[in-house]
Design a protein. Structure first.
Length: 204
């Protein structure tokens, strides 16, 4: 049975049992040039993009809740392309991690296997939030197309977007605490070569 303190919705930090990698590569030192592996730096850039995209979507939901939209159609045109891009890139990023990088990382450093399994379970929890955003976005689009009242489906979409923020940011931060030191201390398991090309992690 999984320790309840490991659940994404309950965690306030990466459990201490998985933080030992960071001792050799503290987060405070990551901004220093050349301190972390190039792939780790790219990983952080990708995660930064996800945070920025979600923050922008939350800003748009605030406009909706406060009645500051020029029109329903204008708000729809602003939200839907951004939401689609965010969802597609996050899902693709997680697919590549779960199918390629996480198994490779577990082989690279078997002692962190349970930490990798924790991150993989996070993906399942985040996917539920992504599905809720898809479902509420579809309901909102149907209401607009049908000329129906859009306040309730618009509020539901806003709530779905906002609710994803806490768990998503927690997951990204905790994943960084494992993956950045792991890459920096042990190297990229997919270091580009003619026979072993590095898979993309996505970038948004």
């Amino acid at each position: 049975m999984t320790d309840a303190s490991h659940d994404l919705y309950d965690r306030t930090a990466l459990p201490a049992e998985f933080r030992w990698l960071e001792a050799g590569c503290p987060r405070a030192e990551w901004p220093a040039e050349g301190r972390i592996h190039a792939m780790a730096a790219h990983w952080l850039e990708v995660h930064s993009w996800f945070r920025q995209m979600h923050g922008g979507l939350v800003g748009l939901t605030g406009q909706w809740r406060e009645g500051r939209v020029l029109s329903t159609e204008h708000w729809q045109a602003a939200v839907m392309p951004r939401l689609q891009q965010f969802l597609q890139n996050l899902d693709g990023h997680h697919q590549r991690e779960s199918r390629l990088y996480f198994p490779a990382f577990a082989r690279l450093e078997p002692r962190i296997r349970r930490g990798i399994e924790l991150l993989d379970r996070d993906h399942e929890a985040v996917h539920v939030l992504l599905e809720r955003m898809v479902d509420t976005a579809n309901a909102f689009n149907r209401a607009v197309a049908d000329g129906a009242d859009v306040r309730t489906p618009g509020d539901a979409l806003a709530e779905a977007i906002e609710a994803a923020g806490g768990p998503l940011v927690r997951h990204l931060h905790d994943e960084e605490d494992i993956i950045v030191p792991l890459l920096t201390l042990h190297g990229d398991p997919f270091e580009a070569s003619a026979g072993n090309p590095r898979p993309s992690t996505g970038s948004g």
